[in-house]
Ligand binder design. Structure first.
Ligand SMILES: Nc1ncnc2c1ncn2[C@@H]1O[C@H](COP(=O)(O)OP(=O)(O)OP(=O)(O)O)[C@@H](O)[C@H]1O
Length: 427
């Protein structure tokens, strides 16, 4: 089957949000930094394709989706659509573009104005975009409502959102999205707030609309089961980046990135024979304002190796976790020997720990190592040397892996060396 042309071509897109510092920071005029909500993403959406963006909360999915409509301003990079770069469009150009790219949000109740009837809500976009004839508008509204399965249409035209079920409201939202004749729908968790009983119906409706109207979708979700059913290709996102992207079948049959594997293990499997325990990787998604060194996923990764980007903050987490398992007396003695952990709060690859003497600190580290020999952090420790009142821990230098070809998908992980013949990378 010949590959369809690219409809959207995103290159190296970043969306960073500035964070104002606390009161003290503001007094001295210092910013607290930036949140890298989207951090250098390159991806294409092909004509007629459903591309899924999957990841935990905070991975940047919604920000990426909003950037596709110019709702979140790009910090750098480009978004090509129909030969134009969306990131450099004026407000009026962006308004015009929204006839072609529409967004569907998670909560249909919030998306609909409670004081507008269904006919008004769906027809409003046509009016705003200059369709003056109310007869013509009415025709288009009726057609859109029929397409989304709200029939007989006469029953729905004069209803208010409060008169409708969640599923019916999302159908109205979809009617409003398609009435302008768009080419792309960016659907951000469109079924997650609906009753289980209607979720599959709404997804099927979206597939029917795609077929009938030649739509393409960007489907944003944290729900792998719906992505498996709905998407042609899936991009797995973590902390503002794509860590793996490929055909849906391949991603599910043969996940490469340890994060993808963990997500798949955590997803409830409808087939009880293959059901596995829920075990999302340890810890939480780190702060996008100060991401981990190297691969952002390394602190949670069970397969991490020496060059994944180990640093002082990982050692701090290790010590703190270790102390949750000690008696109060042991904690008092060990924390006195180690001293303040403040020096471990920065992303350093060489760090001094301890104030109670090198031997005391070494024995604490040895004890943790004996108890947890498989802890991946030990693979990152290059050297522990005596250093005055404590020890100096040096980590191996880390690499920040780029997306590269690995057996039919693109994956950003040092465990997968590039196997593409021509050295090209990216999704
Ligand atoms: N307007 C904003 N100002 C500051 N930070 C923001 C803003 N919007 C998003 N962020 C931050 O950017 C990161 C990515 O957020 P985003 O909502 O895109 O993630 P997500 O994967 O869609 O998560 P969710 O599923 O919870 O919506 C988060 O750390 C979030 O706090």
């Amino acid at each position: 089957m010949p590959t369809k042309p690219d409809l959207i071509d995103v290159r190296d897109l970043s969306v960073h949000f500035g964070l104002r510092g606390g009161t003290l920071g503001r007094l001295v005029g210092r910013d607290a930094g930036v949140v890298r909500a989207v951090d250098g993403i390159s991806v294409t959406l092909r004509e007629g394709e459903v591309l899924g963006l999957v990841g935990e909360s905070g991975s940047g999915k919604s920000t990426f989706g909003r950037a596709l409509l110019g709702l979140a301003p790009a910090t750098s990079g480009t978004i090509g659509f129909d030969g134009a770069d969306l990131t450099s469009m004026s407000r009026s150009e962006l308004r015009a573009l929204r006839q072609s790219i529409q967004m569907v949000f998670q909560d249909p109740s919030a998306a609909l104005n409670p004081s507008m009837t269904v006919a008004e809500a769906v027809g409003d976009a046509l009016r705003v975009h200059g369709m003056k004839s109310s007869v013509e508008r009415r025709e288009r509204v009726v057609e859109a409502l029929e397409r989304v399965g709200l029939s007989p249409v006469q029953l729905f035209l004069d209803k208010y959102p409060r008169d409708l079920s969640g599923g019916q409201k999302q159908r109205v939202v979809l009617a409003r999205a398609i009435v302008m004749g768009p080419r792309v729908l960016v659907a951000d968790e469109p079924i997650s707030m609906l009753d289980m009983s209607v979720r599959a119906k709404i997804l099927q409706l979206m597939l029917d609309l795609k077929q009938d109207l030649g739509l393409s979708y960007v489907y944003i979700t944290h729900d792998l089961a719906s992505a498996k059913f709905f998407c042609d290709r899936i991009a797995i996102m973590y902390l503002g980046r794509i860590v793996e992207i490929g055909d849906t079948e391949e991603i599910f049959a043969n996940p490469r990135h340890p994060y993808t594997k963990a997500l798949l293990r955590a997803a409830p499997d409808p087939d009880p024979a293959r059901a596995v325990a829920k075990d999302l990787p340890r810890g939480e998604v780190p702060d996008a304002a100060v991401p981990p060194l190297g691969c952002s996923f390394h602190p949670r990764c069970p397969e991490a190796v020496a060059q994944c980007g180990w640093e002082a903050r990982d050692l701090r987490t290790l010590l703190e976790t270790h102390w949750t398992r000690r008696t109060p007396e042991e904690y008092d003695a060990e924390s006195a020997a180690v001293g303040s952990l403040d020096a471990l709060a920065r992303p350093d690859t060489s760090v001094h720990v301890g104030r109670g003497g090198a031997d005391a600190v070494r024995s604490i580290l040895d004890r943790i190592r004996d108890e947890e020999p498989d802890e991946p952090l030990w693979r990152g420790v290059a050297d522990v040397t005596d250093d005055g009142a404590g020890v100096r821990v040096d980590f191996h230098p880390g690499v920040d892996p780029a997306l590269r070809r690995a057996g039919g998908v693109d994956v950003a992980c040092v465990l997968y060396p590039d196997d593409s013949p021509d050295d090209s990378a990216g999704g």
